[in-house]
Write a new protein. Structure first.
Length: 274
């Protein structure tokens, strides 16, 4: 099965309406290039700042949800809608909505591992100051194949990807916003390793870099194959790129180095979140 994947590395600013307009332009460009699946960046509708998450938060079914549903339906895409601050009661989640080409919500992934880091002389950010962690692992079965979804900091936890692999994920899509401390060192390494671990395709979609933002995203959206090779990688600028992936290649890679078949399940067990 060949799948055309569109990555939308868009600029994100303080005007939600403008962010949605930019996302629409990027999605339309991906559709024109033949994308069947499209991915937006983490927090595509608001600045990546703790102060912004409560102000921009919407319930499921809100403005951004409606926008994503309409875009998926109008363009006939499976749409992995980056992420947005989702409000449910008193809690706010970093949430990715996944839509079918009919505009139906297939699933939502709430970021499981919150981004709480403090690097002396580098980046400090505490998502847990405003956000609540999700507790679900997300794999969606579609006619194009099984799609796994994670968000940014989730990429650092191999066990999460292990479970998605065990659930049959062939392509794992990760809206993400690494920064200028961790991005140059860890970004491509983390994505290559998760692709190699699970012998599947893994793609990361970042916002474009804005040097004037309080949180400066690294950019460099990319796609890795099951051999751990980078098939395409952006620079820091805004752009749209469509990559054709052959999911049938998974059998070839897995047959050459049978990691999945050779796991010693008698020595360890897969741990699944509830």
């Amino acid at each position: 099965m060949k799948v055309k994947l569109g990555l939308c590395q868009m600029k994100v600013g303080g005007d939600k309406g403008e962010n949605l307009r930019r996302a629409e332009a990027c999605l339309r460009a991906a559709a024109r290039q033949g994308a069947q699946v499209a991915v937006l960046p983490e927090m595509f509708n608001c600045p990546y700042e703790n102060a912004c998450f409560p102000r921009y938060a919407e319930p499921a079914g809100g403005e951004s949800w409606q926008f994503l549903s309409r875009m998926a339906r109008e363009l006939g895409l499976y749409l992995v809608g980056g992420s947005v601050p989702e409000r449910e009661g008193e809690k706010i989640y970093n949430t990715c909505y996944i839509f079918s080409p009919e505009g139906t919500e297939l699933a939502r992934h709430r970021k499981v591992h919150l981004f709480d880091i403090d690097v002396p002389g580098g980046q400090r950010f505490m998502e847990s100051d405003t956000l609540t962690a999700g507790d679900q692992i997300t794999v969606v079965d579609t006619p194009l194949g099984k799609l796994g979804v994670a968000i940014c900091f989730d990429i650092r936890f191999a066990e999460l990807f292990r479970v998605m692999g065990d659930l049959g994920a062939q392509l794992i899509l990760v809206p993400a916003a690494f920064n200028m401390t961790t991005g140059p060192i860890h970004w491509s390494l983390a994505f290559r390793m998760r692709a190699l671990d699970q012998q599947c395709f893994v793609a990361g979609c970042s916002p474009a870099r804005d040097e004037e933002a309080s949180y400066v995203a690294y950019g460099h959206s990319l796609v890795c194959n099951p051999w751990g090779e980078i098939l395409t990688e952006f620079d820091e600028k805004e752009g749209v790129r469509v990559v054709e992936l052959d999911l049938d290649d998974l059998d070839k890679y897995r047959g050459q180095i049978p990691i999945l078949a050779g796991r010693r399940t008698d020595l360890y067990q897969t741990t699944k979140l509830k």
